[in-house]
Write a protein that binds this ligand. Structure first.
Ligand SMILES: Nc1ncnc2c1ncn2[C@@H]1O[C@H](COP(=O)(O)OP(=O)(O)O)[C@@H](O)[C@H]1O
Ligand code: SF4
Ligand SMILES: [Mg+2]
Length: 327
């Protein structure tokens, strides 16, 4: 890979001061190249948004680092952050609460440019160009968020990210609040913009089907740890970690036969749905739900190791394909 647009190195995030609770993020690393989407997938509470917040400087990491285009911004001052904010933008799930209802779309779009002291005529020119890039009509600039549908508001949020001409965009569940056909339109728009502008996207979603659509590579997160990392096709078609098997089995797919095969795979592995049992601090966080768990799983933490076409953190990683095949 050329210089990554975004690098996350050995990230650890603890909420609060007490170190007795397990960290929300536990030694997670990944790179995203220009023009690439990395999907971050996992069930609710797995730490996806926490990684997004740490990248954006909204949550200070306990340790580890975040590099934007090779520059360490982990502990950047607020002044340095204003500079990196040009290159690093965000789109959140909820366009209703992330857009100020009292401001016109134009006012919202020029706001970051005002902060950057872009000359005024250029601010409005760039705002109009950003609206055009996301497929909104030119007169949108004088209208208010309430005059738009959910999908259109999310386009406005994307335009607000684009207006600074960033290198990296963090997308935290950007289509989760939209209906299916609007989801597809917004995902297509994001893919087009990424390809045209060589954007690096950190794409956060709980829905593997959505992640699969947009991402080239994927990190499967469970309780703050990377369970499997690899090309999206490998992880979704030939998962090597028992948790990825559970996740792929749960994801809706368009073909009933494939859906059935996945359900059977899930049953073969006997993996339950979201558990509440507290993970042993030392061992594999998935042990309380994993049908393959043995003593060593509860005692020692499995490292990420090459497995098939991806990398997986499982002591019994080599046995997963055979188990699936012999069900
Ligand atoms: N501000 C916070 N203070 C304390 N704990 C938090 C805070 N935000 C998130 N958490 C905890 O960190 C874990 C990961 O949360 P989050 O990153 O929001 O997960 P996800 O986005 O995958 O649903 C959860 O256990 C959650 O309860
Ligand atoms: S390390 Fe053990 S408990 Fe964890 S996923 Fe692998 S087999 Fe299951
Ligand atoms: Mg979240």
């Amino acid at each position: 890979m050329n210089q990554p647009a975004l690098s996350v190195r050995d990230l650890v995030v603890h909420y609060g001061r007490r170190r007795r609770t397990p960290p929300a993020i536990d030694h997670v690393s990944f790179d995203i190249a220009p023009g690439e989407t990395l999907g971050l997938v996992g069930e609710s509470g797995s730490g996806k948004s926490t990684i997004g917040k740490a990248v954006l400087g909204l949550q200070p990491p306990t340790s580890g680092s975040v590099l934007l285009d090779g520059v360490d911004i982990t502990r950047a001052s607020s002044r340095q952050r204003r500079v990196s904010a040009i290159d690093l933008r965000v789109v959140f799930q909820d366009p209703y609460s992330s857009l100020n209802p009292a401001r016109t779309i134009g006012q919202t779009l020029v706001e970051p440019l005002r902060v950057l002291r872009v000359p005024k005529p250029e601010q409005w020119q760039r705002a109009r160009a950003a609206l055009e890039a996301v497929g909104l009509p030119g007169d949108a600039i004088d209208r208010y968020p309430s005059q738009f549908s959910g999908g259109q508001r999310q386009r406005v949020a994307i335009a607000r990210a684009l207006v600074c001409d960033p290198k990296v965009i963090v997308l935290d569940e950007p289509v989760s609040a939209l209906d299916l056909s609007t989801q597809a339109q917004v995902l297509n728009l994001l893919a087009d913009l990424r390809d045209q502008r060589q954007l690096a996207l950190l794409f956060i979603a709980h829905d593997l089907g959505v992640v699969r659509f947009l991402s080239q590579r994927v990190v499967v997160l469970y309780r703050g740890r990377a369970m499997e990392v690899g090309d999206v096709e490998a992880v979704t078609q030939r998962p090597r970690h028992p948790y990825s098997v559970a996740l792929t089995a749960a994801a809706p797919v368009p073909h009933p036969a494939e859906q059935e095969a996945r359900r059977a795979a899930r049953e073969a592995l006997g993996i339950g749905v979201a558990g509440t049992a507290v993970a042993a601090a030392a061992g594999c966080p998935f042990a309380s739900r994993c049908p393959l768990a043995v003593d060593v799983c509860r005692r020692s933490r499995p490292p990420l190791v090459p497995a098939g076409d991806s990398q997986a953190a499982c002591h019994r990683v080599g046995e997963v394909p055979a188990l699936l095949a012999t069900r």
